[in-house]
Design a protein around this ligand. Structure first.
Ligand code: ADP
Ligand code: MG
Length: 348
């Protein structure tokens, strides 16, 4: 159990800055998710925490101790990689115990820890199998088990579920949540998948190009995204962004009043989540149906508005539309998001 602190952490690869002035305090037992598009620096930062990459400047503290000049083995961390990195010629038991054996831990203690990890992850029946005799999900569990046996202060996960198919990913996501509830360790979990971030995190750190865009609980990010980037990244399907106009505190689109805003008079961006729209004959969004996708329990209607802008609404499965149908949608005013020309949120 441990806290983790990043103070002014920066990383350059040659002249290219990949991480900018990163400051973050992770509480003991907290599960923090780093999320952002591919290439934004998530793995680099995680590898710096693990000691697999040097810092260009700044400090890293684990449990109050400065560790950034310490080798990985002295930091009390264990990392799970996307690529599992299992030893192909060792069986599951050998893979689980390898790092402890390497550290000259006593055999009885290795057996004890390996058995605990195998129980937690349901690996007991597979102990004498080689990695090639395991499914993707089973291999991933061995990789997680290898981290558990180290009894680390902090777990680091780098996109551990990316190589699994969709159904298994959902299953393993729940397994990781259960694991966190059971072990109560501090965990940093990296993903590019906003659904994983929303469902796993106590707090989410949204990255973009090596900088933090926003830090908050999943619902804080969903309800009050600080800017257009976070608003578009969190939530699925993504938020609709519409060019609209503000005059005397009233936001209008195609001449229809939508909501009130503190935005000054002029052009602005209206943000509307698909799931907040509903069919409403008095609603401000009038258009023609371009595409209608029925998923059974819910349906997506893609609407083309009078001014040529398009938007998507997520409706319940009772609705039925055909391409070309007229459709009118409404939204509760308090569900509207307003962004200025720089993409920053304007509080209502
Ligand atoms: P993410 O994990 O968010 O996809 P990475 O941390 O892997 O992103 O990469 C961030 C940026 O740093 C990318 O532009 C990548 O090309 C660059 N980068 C990563 N590792 C190195 C390296 N060893 N040398 C040079 N550039 C690197
Ligand atoms: Mg990565």
């Amino acid at each position: 159990m441990a806290t983790l602190e990043l103070k002014g952490v920066e990383k350059f690869f040659d002249a290219t800055q990949v991480i900018h002035d990163m400051n973050l305090s992770v509480a003991d037992g907290e599960l923090v998710v780093f999320v952002g598009p591919s290439g934004c620096g998530k793995s680099t930062l995680l590898r710096m925490i693990a000691g697999l990459e040097t810092l260009s400047s700044g400090e890293i503290h684990i449990d109050g101790q400065r560790v950034d000049y310490q080798p990985p083995s002295n930091r009390g961390i264990a990392m799970v990689f996307q690529s599992y990195a299992l030893y192909p010629h060792k069986d599951v038991r050998g893979n689980l115990g390898f790092s402890l054996k390497h550290d000259k831990v006593e055999k009885s203690e290795i057996d004890r820890r390996v058995n605990i990890a195998a129980d937690i992850l349901g690996l007991q029946e597979l102990m004498s199998r080689k990695p090639r005799e395991l499914s993707g999900g089973q291999r991933q569990r061995v990789a997680i088990g290898r981290a558990i046996v180290r009894e680390p202060k902090v777990f680091l996960f780098d996109e551990p579920l990316s190589n699994l198919d969709a159904a298994l990913r959902v299953h393993m996501r729940v397994e990781i949540l259960k694991l966190h509830q059971r072990l109560k360790n501090t965990m940093i979990y990296v993903t590019h998948d906003q659904v994983e971030a929303m469902t796993l995190a106590d707090r989410i750190v949204v990255f973009r190009a090596g900088k933090v865009e926003q830090i908050g609980t999943p619902l804080e990010l969903y309800r009050t995204p600080a800017n257009r980037f976070v608003a578009g990244f969190i939530g699925s399907p993504a938020m609709n962004f519409l060019d609209a106009h503000c005059k005397s505190g009233s936001v209008t689109l195609n001449g229809e009043a939508v909501c009130h805003s503190a935005h000054p008079d002029g052009s602005m961006t209206l943000g509307v989540r698909p799931e907040h729209l509903r069919v409403d004959q008095q609603g401000p969004f009038q258009g023609k149906v371009q595409v209608f996708e029925h998923l059974g329990g819910e349906a997506f209607v893609h609407l083309s508005l009078a001014d040529g802008q398009s938007m998507v609404a997520k409706l319940d499965g009772e609705h039925q539309f055909r391409p070309g149908d007229a459709c009118r949608l409404g939204i509760a005013a308090d569900k509207c998001h307003v962004f200025d020309a720089d993409g920053l949120r304007i509080a209502s």
